[in-house]
Design a protein around this ligand. Structure first.
Ligand code: A3D
Length: 320
């Protein structure tokens, strides 16, 4: 049987890391696409040359021609620009919306059966636009943010409790921005919810609040340190987790920016929610119950996403 084909649209910091991870994990053959001629070809060759040491056989190809992504099983989109210190994700909207148009059309014309994972910011609005421009079914177009935001939360929690990251589960829902909603009640250490751990004296509410805020600011913390761009190792790992769930029909429960129509009281929009990812793409949106305080935070986040989608419609009237 032929290996799955993974197309990476954008061969920058995240794109290159995705290519290396996909090859090392032997998820399939990799095509790196970018408009900057030479960059995708150079990265593909460089990564291919790590094959003998790493022991993978995946084929890697770099290209500036959309025809080369033909028949891709998975497309991961990082094309566009990242933010610099002082910028918010929302500042990227105008420029990255234009990029989503060309990428959406490229995927529509060459890989219409792919499972598409968008990473480009501002995430929730860009994945919505990408679905519109590509015309692919909504359950096959999804945004990566919740897996990364939850991974950051899990990492900080594991440091606070001095326990393995493997035993910390966490949920971050809502839009991928300053209003994201880390849900402490649904986050656990070995099944023990965080509020119980506060009662047990493992941490204090103040410390937990600080960790929640550090999670919300997790992207900006790295932008501030790097100064030249944004995070790329953990974002790439998070998207690979989602791609693997699809390719291996793992039925993973992962928080993703998915099309929600009915669950959590929402009517037809993209936002971060718990989903099941399997061979059907987004097979289910998990309709969890929120308490009043959580619902207020979630509503605020949903409003922020709606505002960005309206801004997209203001820029391109063809968007419905
Ligand atoms: P970067 O290293 O600049 O790579 C972006 C690549 O896109 C560059 O190689 C460009 O040449 C390429 N590109 C630009 N326009 C096009 C186009 N029309 N078609 C194809 N390729 C194009 O950025 P990066 O890899 O660090 O980040 C990529 C995106 O991911 C940015 O928008 C970031 O803001 C975003 N990001 C999202 C998260 C989330 O958690 C959602 C995390 C980190 C970064």
């Amino acid at each position: 049987m032929a290996r799955p084909k993974i197309a990476l649209i954008g061969a920058g910091q995240i794109g290159g890391t995705l290519a290396h991870l996909a090859a090392i994990k032997e998820l399939g053959d990799v095509v790196l696409f970018d408009i900057a001629d030479g960059v995708p070809q150079g990265k593909a060759l460089d990564i291919a040359e790590s094959g003998p040491s790493e022991g993978f056989d995946a084929a890697l190809k770099g290209t500036t021609d959309y025809a080369d992504i033909a028949g891709a099983d998975v497309c991961i989109v990082t094309a566009g620009v990242p933010r610099k210190p002082g910028m918010s994700r929302d500042d990227l909207l105008g420029i990255n919306l234009k990029v989503m148009k060309s990428v959406g059309e490229g995927i529509r014309d060459n890989a219409p059966d792919a499972f598409v994972i968008c990473i480009t910011n501002p995430l929730d609005a860009m994945v919505w636009a990408l679905q519109q421009y590509s015309g692919l079914p909504a359950e096959k177009v999804v945004g990566m943010a919740g897996v990364l935001d939850s991974a950051r939360f899990r990492h900080f929690l594991s440091l606070e409790f001095d326990v393995s990251m493997k035993d910390v589960t966490a949920f971050v829902l809502g839009g991928h921005g300053d209003t994201m909603v880390p849900l402490t009640r649904y986050s656990t250490v070995g099944g023990i919810p965080l509020p119980d751990l506060v009662d047990m004296g493992w941490t204090t509410q103040d410390k937990l609040d600080a960790i929640v805020q550090r999670t919300r600011d997790g992207g900006a913390e790295i932008v501030g340190l790097l100064k030249t761009g944004s995070a790329y190792y953990a974002p790439a790992t998070s998207a690979i987790e989602m791609a693997e769930a699809y390719l291996k029909d793992q039925k993973r429960l992962l928080p993703c920016a998915a099309w929600v129509d009915g669950a959590l009281g929402l009517k037809g929009m993209y936002v971060g929610v718990p989903t099941i990812i399997g061979a059907g793409g987004i097979e289910r949106v998990v309709d969890i119950k929120l308490d009043r305080a959580e619902q207020e935070m979630f509503d605020k986040s949903v409003e922020a996403v709606r505002g960005l989608v309206e801004a997209c419609k203001g820029i391109d009237e063809t968007l419905a």
